[in-house]
Design a protein around this ligand. Structure first.
Ligand code: MCA
Ligand code: AMP
Length: 493
């Protein structure tokens, strides 16, 4: 039996999930997920790694469906509830999903799937009661596919096995001392590692409670904090930035009350993007906590973390997590001396199995068994510090990883656009803001309303916020677009 499920069997009566003002025990989660598994199986003995796409609000149903897919032997493919149909279609097509499991509120969004593909529809609202046995799932089987942007245009599906996910969970549970008295608030999207593994799965592995807030809303978050039930919080730097802005506007007595409650938290973590020292310091003043900054990636879960016990250094990401091997190398794949920048490479049971359907990309991602992250860091005084990335085409905005090339590919389909260049511009709130330089076919024309035009083509967080019309893009003598010059241009606007 999968370890996560086996653990849950030991926590029957404990509170597993709080969502939609309801409490759910581990027993309820086990019962519901078994029911969903039998529905998916529909008389078969094992789904044998069939891809099952699913869409549900963050909360009990999401988790029961995810566990149901795993217990039936399927690969869970979470769909983002905020994505336009084009992005959902891409994931379903790329994974060749056999079925899509959905809750009623997403019926309209996903219904075009049923005319575009031969795909089974499984509605949560129409689950029959079935009897049968669930298969035994080996932990080396594929468990999940999450989509991540890279230096290629289209997002790639990152495949992790149950073993990979277990290794990712175990190292965090040990390092951050998760226990069954923990109660965490999950406000992150559930199609990425941060929300799924670091928060949800670590909580359920430990017998703790995971409470959901389906939508990011600072007012609601502070209201929940004031109930004094939550003792753990994890978010991306943009969220801490927004919480600080909200806190600044609170009446004085609520500020004092909130700060007192936050001081009693066991742990507060930041990750998914670089945490500005200014945000760390302001949050320290408000909460008394030095945010624990850690470093991870969809392909490996978490790899490096500041210590739970011990000094957390602002601007640094810490040391390798238990079971994770790290090396820093130069362009010749030679280890660099301490204090010299190098690419972070990773080895360990936490590292993913493959990119779905992309054997060449999988092969190219590794060198001598080491996964090449593309992130540049130095090791200084016993801690790693991130310096940047080796590709200017990867943007991090609001904690999301975004490919400039993917956006450019879409923009070039606009009939008025001859060429374009997309870059990330540093921003204290968002990490980076996406900016697009546009060369129009007809230079005398005004820039069209691209932000609106992109709405049904890209997720909101991938849509550029700044636009500039240019006669041509900055280029080097070889004619290649010089993105650094483009960034400079936008910074100086
Ligand atoms: C939204 N807006 C933006 C952006 N996103 N503006 C600039 N840049 C952006 N990226 C604007 C919208 O246009 C809108 O503006 C307003 O913000 C609210 O938009 P909405 O979509 O409602 O945003 P939100 O719900 O407030 O979202 C902000 C957020 C979200 C909560 C910070 O971006 C988020 O959940 N980020 C977390 C992503 C995450 O989990 N990443 C982990 C990846 P207007 O009001 O003017 O219309 S996993 C990972 O990275 C690895 C493994 C790791 O290490 O963890
Ligand atoms: P993703 O592919 O969405 O999983 O994003 C992974 C990327 O996020 C990494 O390759 C880093 O570039 C970035 N990242 C994650 N954590 C941190 C951090 N603490 N500091 C700087 N960058 C980070």
């Amino acid at each position: 039996m999968l370890q996560l499920i086996e653990n849950a069997s030991g926590y029957h009566k404990r509170l597993a999930i709080k969502s939609d003002n309801k409490d759910y025990t581990y027993r309820q989660l086990l019962d519901a997920s078994a029911k969903h598994a039998l529905t998916l199986l529909n008389g078969r003995s094992d789904l044998n790694e069939a891809r099952i796409a699913f869409i549900a609000n963050p909360g009990f149903d999401y988790v029961a469906i995810q566990w149901g897919i795993w217990r039936a032997g399927g690969i869970a493919v979470p769909l983002c509830i905020k994505h336009p149909y084009a992005s959902i279609k891409y994931v379903v097509e790329d994974t060749t999903a056999e079925a899509v499991f959905y809750t009623e509120e997403y019926k309209d969004l996903i219904s075009p799937l049923f005319s575009d593909f031969t795909i089974r529809a499984v509605s949560l609202e129409a689950i029959p009661t079935q009897n049968g046995n669930l298969p035994v799932i080996d932990s080396d089987r594929r468990a999940m596919i999450l989509y991540t942007s890279g230096t290629t245009g289209q997002p790639k599906g990152v495949v992790t096995t149950h073993q990979n996910i277990e290794a990712q969970i175990k190292s965090l549970v040990t390092s951050w001392e998760w226990n069954q008295d923990d109660h965490i608030l999950n406000i992150l999207p559930l199609h990425h590692v941060h929300g799924i593994v670091n928060i949800l799965s670590c909580a359920l592995w430990s017998g703790a409670c995971c409470e959901f807030l389906p939508k990011f809303d600072p007012e609601e978050i502070f209201k929940i904090f004031l109930k004094k039930e939550i003792n753990l919080f994890m978010a991306v730097p943009t969220i801490y930035y927004k919480l600080i802005a909200y806190w600044n506007e609170l009446p004085e007595e609520i500020k004092i009350q909130t700060s007192d409650i936050l001081r009693d938290f066991r742990l507060m973590v930041s990750g998914s993007a670089a945490l500005p020292v200014s945000t760390l310091e302001k949050w320290q003043e408000i909460s008394g906590h030095t945010l624990l900054e850690r470093y991870g990636m969809t392909e490996m879960g978490m790899a490096i973390s500041n210590p739970y016990q011990g000094e957390r250094r602002p601007g640094f990401i810490g040391q390798p997590l238990a079971g994770v091997k790290i090396r820093l190398v130069d362009e010749n794949q030679e280890a660099v001396p301490d204090g010299t920048p190098g690419e972070i490479q990773i080895k360990g049971p936490n590292v993913f199995k493959e990119y779905w359907g992309r054997s060449k990309a999988t092969e190219e991602a590794f060198i001598d068994g080491w996964f090449q992250s593309g992130d540049i860091a130095i090791w200084k005084n016993g801690s790693y510090r991130i310096l940047g990335r080796n590709s200017v085409d990867i943007i991090k905005s609001g904690g999301y990883k975004i490919s400039a090339l993917e956006i450019e590919e879409v923009l070039r389909k606009h009939p008025a656009i001859k060429d374009c260049g997309v870059v990330g511009i540093p921003d204290e709130e968002w990490g980076e803001i996406i900016a697009a330089s546009i060369v129009l076919n007809d230079q005398n024309q005004e820039l069209p309303d691209l932000q609106n035009w992109l709405k049904d083509k890209l997720p909101n967080y991938k849509i550029p916020r700044k636009y500039l019309a240019q006669e041509d893009l900055p280029r080097n003598v070889m004619g290649k677009v010089t993105k650094k010059d483009l960034q400079k241009l936008f910074r100086e606007l």
